[in-house]
Write a protein that binds this ligand. Structure first.
Ligand code: AMP
Length: 126
C-alpha cells in the first residue's frame, strides 16, 4: 500500500498510457505539470479530466508526495482549463474520486471538470 491506501502506482493504467501517447485522447491542454483531455464517457456537455504529469495514484498520494511546484502547477492548470473552456461565467464543478468509497476507477490522480449545464447538488443522499 502507498500513502493513499491504494496499491502502488501501476505504470500500465490507462492515464499513464495516455500521458505516454500510447493511446489517443482528445487533448485540450498540456503544460509542464498537467495534461487535460475529454472524458471518453462524458456526463455533462463539458466533462474534462486533468491529470498531473507524475506517478501519483490518488489525491491523497499527490498531495503527500508531489512537490509544491507540482501541486501549484497542477491546480493552476485546472483553473486555466476551466477558463479556456468558457466555464467561468456559468460555473463548473471540480471533483476527484479517491479510493473505493468514492468509486475511483483509474489509479492515476485526476480531477473531473463538469460544466455546460447546471450539475445539481453535490452527491445523492443515502
Ligand atoms: P474515476 O471514477 O474518477 O476514476 O473516473 C475515471 C474516468 O476516466 C471515467 O469518467 C471514465 O469515463 C474516464 N476514462 C476511462 N478511460 C478513458 C480514456 N481512455 N479516455 C478518456 N477518459 C477515460
Amino acid at each position: 500500500m502507498n500513502v493513499s491506501g491504494l496499491p502502488p502506482y501501476d505504470d500500465a493504467n490507462v492515464f499513464a498510457r495516455i500521458l505516454r501517447g500510447d493511446i489517443p485522447s482528445r487533448r485540450v491542454h498540456e503544460d509542464e505539470f498537467a495534461l487535460a483531455f475529454h472524458d471518453i464517457n462524458p456526463l455533462t456537455p463539458v466533462h474534462v479530466l486533468v491529470i498531473p504529469k507524475g506517478a501519483f495514484v490518488s489525491a491523497a498520494d499527490f498531495h503527500a508526495a508531489a512537490s509544491d511546484a507540482q501541486i501549484a502547477g497542477f491546480w493552476r492548470a485546472v483553473a486555466r482549463v476551466a477558463r479556456d473552456l468558457g466555464l467561468e461565467d456559468t460555473g463548473y464543478r471540480i471533483l476527484s474520486n479517491m479510493g473505493p468509497d468514492a468509486g475511483q476507477e483509474v489509479p492515476h490522480f485526476h480531477v473531473h471538470l463538469f460544466g455546460g449545464r447546471p450539475v445539481g447538488k453535490m452527491v445523492p443522499r443515502a
